[in-house]
Design a protein around this ligand. Sequence first.
Ligand code: NAD
Length: 509
Amino acid sequence: MTSNKSSLEQEVHRLLKNLGVPATAYTHGELIVRTPITGEVIARVAKTDATAVNDALTAARNAFVAWRSVPAPKRGDLVRLLGEELRSELPALGRLVTIETGKILSEGLGEVQEMIDICAFAAGLSRQLTGLTITSERANHRMMETWHPLGVVGVISAFNFPVAVWSWNAALALVCGNAVVWKPSEKTPLTALATQALFERAAAKFGGVPAGLSTLLVGDGGLGQMLVDSPSVSLVSATGSTAMGRAVAPRLAGRFARAILELGGNNAAIVCPSADLDLALRAIAFSAMGTAGQRCTTLRRLIVHDTIYDNLVARLKKVYHSVVIGDPRKTGTLVGPLIDARAFEAMQRALVEARMAGAAITGGERVAPDVSSDEAFYVRPALVEIGSQAEIVRRETFAPILYVLKYRDFEEALHLHNDVPQGLSSSIFTLNMREAERFLSASGSDCGIANVNIGTSGAEIGGAFGGEKDTGGGRESGSDAWKQYMRRATNTINYGTDLPLAQGVSFEI
Ligand code: NAD
């Protein structure tokens, strides 16, 4: 029997089948999935209808009630097993990430590695969900705080980290005793289906996992809104554009639900006169061009001291001219395609606006190096020298555009750095201790992530991840981010025979 499927479609179906996703989930559905590598259709995914969403939410609520009483280290065991499934399928899932998002293979694999790492972190954490004991002002009293499971956690994720973002949230939420309902980007449902299948494998090995503990809703923002508006959902962790955050934040606030908002960035690096320029060049190249400029932490603004400006910009131009753009599956490719035509159009519009603001632009044009298709959007990353922080520089354009600005005085650099609405990631390149420490101080970078002598992108899972201002203020992943997935109870215990009141209040009856 012959098949008229393209080789990419065949490969995707083979990967999904091996990862345990039933063919009915991706062969005859209404949601058309294209790979940005060639623009061709690779799957037709079944959408979740409103009735199924409500059923999933009810099941999740019931699963939570059972799961919250399972001892936390035992819950950690489920997440450990999930990590093992991910480890054994790293090459397959990593390749699927590459095909679905267009990021280069080492980044596709890196995304799955990050999932494995957060599972290991969360499994360890499951024995360390610790609260304080607090000295009491009253004799024979003890105070302590206890952390309890919260409820159902809704996860809404963006296309550019189609699976890692879920794992940051789900691994913590599950060890903290919650159920998880996930609405991935409608642009990347395949890696979500595969991840869900791996979760189910882990759950089968664990045995006795309550039905509905972790479920997947496939569809567009409308389904995300159902999560946001459902009284069954205690916390929504939403990753995406600032526009999406503006839509969901007031709705969550309106019902006093918790929110973790991980929104757009407009990340900058300051390059000082003493910087190690070889190191800075590599860091800038990866942060600005990696993932074709489609990371929330992508370097978008470079603020360079005027004494090193010409040297650094000349070297950068060389790298921008020579960087290998093409099929992200091929060894040697560093820049893959943009996700779709809309991303390409948004990039071109931004470049027109920058040119109108007086910018000099290198790159930015569409290229078709080794993939001939009208439906695939490969661009040469753009280096945009601009005299001031014009309006276009202050907005996030989700594409590889690096605006380069010149500074003379360090205070001016710090001002330019912070003078944008977003506050996600930031870097300084300097060997001057005073500049480095000032950048990290209260009057330095106003971002959630501030680095010295490394780029803005590529965070490790051990730290809390997130940003300020229009980036939404949420924190995920490491450090004490787990506390957001639990509710805190303060307990006071009287082991004496008197009943002294706090603050010396007297109430004799
Ligand atoms: P997007 O805002 O278009 O979509 C993100 C998710 O939100 C999708 O699942 C979408 O279906 C859902 N959604 C959209 N409108 C909604 C609504 N009204 N209610 C509920 N859900 C809704 O973003 P995108 O294009 O997929 O991703 C790119 C953006 O995400 C960039 O701005 C990038 O900076 C940001 N991002 C931020 C982080 C971070 O951690 N700060 C990480 C990755 C991406």
